[in-house]
Design a protein around this ligand. Sequence first.
Ligand code: NI
Length: 231
Amino acid sequence: MRYSMLALAAALFCGSALADDTGLRVTVGAVNVNPNAGSGHLGNVEAAAGLPAGSTELDVSSNTQLGLIFTYDMDPNWSVELLAATPFSHDITLKAGGTPVDGMKVGKTKQLPPTLSLQYRFMEGQDVRPYLGLGINHTIFFQEKVDGELASTLDSLGLTGDKELKLSSSTGLAAQAGFDWKINEKTYLKAAIWYADIDTDAKVKVDGQTVQKVKVNVDPVVAFIGVGYRF
Ligand code: NI
């Protein structure tokens, strides 16, 4: 009798431990994309504006949105995760230290950077579970807009006409680290960071003709903090 009670207790314990560590989880929180932006030089703009060669590049501002993380725990250690978010909005400016156009507004873009990762979770059975992940990021840029400051600068260089900014989509690797901190059987806190390799070709067009093309290394650090629920 005592033995069977122990067996039952062990079965219940193992059953709940398993249920606790596998299956679907959803986390909602704030996600910040902070670009380490650098780019090629805007050679055509430099030549037209009489700026020193190699004096200009593009910079991309950071932005915070609502983030949604779907995690499927395949077993107590291995998981697959999808990071999704509401669209990020970034300002694009000119970095041109020592020239009059430093800080000039180039435009704006929105982007969605869904990221799918495979994760390994450490410290099985503990309340705090650190993890490492590696995955693929696909970033789509949309609703790109030319700022009035760039438009009037192009006008003053004789490049009058309809101006457009176009950013190509990007696919690259993303590495991540994070942890889940169990509050109770169903809920937990999550904090995580990613480094995503996001590169895009930015084109400035006037009347459909590309007047400047430059490769931008957005390469952001993405940081997330939120609350999750296990189903
Ligand atoms: Ni890159």
